[in-house]
Design a binder for this molecule. Structure first.
Ligand code: ATP
Length: 354
């Protein structure tokens, strides 16, 4: 009998200790989370605003921020895409954000969506657009990004004349290197690794110094550390899709390498991957470039608006683009290798100049 009481006592102590430790761990995790976030529950709309703490966000008042966000209207629109509309949110004369209103309601988003946003909020890199926070409500979601004053690469190269900017070769090269650095960071340095899955010129934005920043993780996938691929419904954009991803829905980091190769072709040719002229001929930018190369008419590839450019550098970037566009994923370089090859072009030039 005495032994049975002892066993029962022992089990009770173990259970109490287990539950207590769980509570303590949860409280500590919550406190850590709270230290990194500002949360504002909006009783009126049933929504929740979560802002990731940073020096920039520290001085903002959540309720005032939310009020301004709710007052956004058509005149504040700066762009729109397949997933939603992007607004410019001015807080004061020196602080502004880009707010993306996602088309789909939050009913089809679960805790996984919030977890992914939390992971995105932790990414701080000079070539990645910072996610400052998000707002979830029963019928829609908002993503709060750093505002990129020089818009997208897509608008700069192919946009309407008021958005278009003449990009000389040094600017194009710098944008290529910056974007490669951002994607390489996602692939190799983020834990868990991230496959973007929608690399394209409208997702490469330019900051006030014309530095390239990779944006729009709407489709990004966090990779489990021991996995090399994810199988998903095919996402991405026509003209940029790697053939194996189109065929199988299996996304590896090499899918982004292929799409980056298409972006390099855009920088070199000035042509849009989904240009109507290509669609009418039933072709696409990659197929057109490969045909021109086969016919040994490479001189027709380079953008005619690039009046003066270093032929050697352009040829090297072109050969890197072709490596990225290898149909067989294993033959494509990794993003770290692409970055190294791109950076090498300038360092080799310095050596030969000196
Ligand atoms: N952080 C930002 N700063 C400034 N402009 C932005 C920002 N994010 C997006 N934009 C502008 O809004 C446009 C639309 O962006 P969005 O991500 O919604 O669509 P997309 O990438 O063009 O297409 P899709 O959503 O179909 O992939 C961009 O092309 C860009 O001009």
């Amino acid at each position: 009998m005495g032994k049975a009481i002892l066993v029962a006592l022992y089990i009770t102590i173990c259970c109490v200790a287990f539950v207590t430790s769980k509570i303590i761990i949860s409280v500590l995790l919550y406190r850590r989370w709270k230290r990194k976030h500002m949360v504002y529950e909006d009783g009126f709309s049933g929504g929740k605003l979560v802002m990731f703490k940073s020096p920039m966000m520290q001085s903002l008042k959540s309720d005032a921020f939310l009020k301004k966000t709710m007052n956004l209207s058509n005149k504040d629109i700066i762009g729109s895409g397949g997933c939603g509309t992007v607004f410019r949110l001015n807080i004061d004369h020196s602080t502004a954000f880009a707010v993306k209103r996602l088309n789909r309601g939050s009913a089809d988003r679960d805790r996984g969506f919030e977890r992914e946003l939390e992971a995105m909020g932790d990414i701080k890199h000079r070539n990645i657009v910072t996610l400052h926070g998000y707002y979830t409500a029963p019928h829609y979601n908002l993503l709060i990004y750093e505002l990129m004053p020089n818009g997208s690469l897509d608008a700069l190269i192919h946009g309407r004349s008021r958005d278009k900017m003449h990009l000389d070769w040094p600017s194009r090269y710098r944008i290529a290197v910056g974007a490669a650095r951002g994607i390489s960071y996602l692939h190799h340095d983020c834990i868990p690794h991230i496959i973007h899955r929608d690399i394209k010129s409208s997702n490469i934005l330019l900051d006030q110094n014309m530095e390239a920043r990779v944006s729009d993780f709407g489709l990004a996938t966090l990779m489990e550390p021991d996995k090399t691929h994810v199988s998903t419904i095919i996402a991405g954009t026509f003209g940029y899709l790697a053939p194996e991803y189109f065929d199988t829905g299996r996304a590896t980091a090499k899918v982004d390498v292929y799409s980056f190769g298409v972006v390099l072709l855009e920088l070199l040719t000035g042509k849009k991957p989904s240009d109507e002229a290509f669609l009418e001929e039933g072709t696409k930018l990659v197929t057109w470039v490969k045909a021109v190369v086969q016919e040994k008419r490479e001189e027709h590839v380079v953008d005619s608006s690039l009046e003066c450019f270093p032929v050697n550098e352009v040829n090297l970037v072109f050969s890197i683009a072709m490596m990225c566009l290898e149909p067989e994923p294993s033959k494509r370089p990794t993003m770290a290798e692409v970055l190294k090859m791109l950076e090498q072009i300038k360092s080799d030039k310095h050596v030969s100049d000196s």
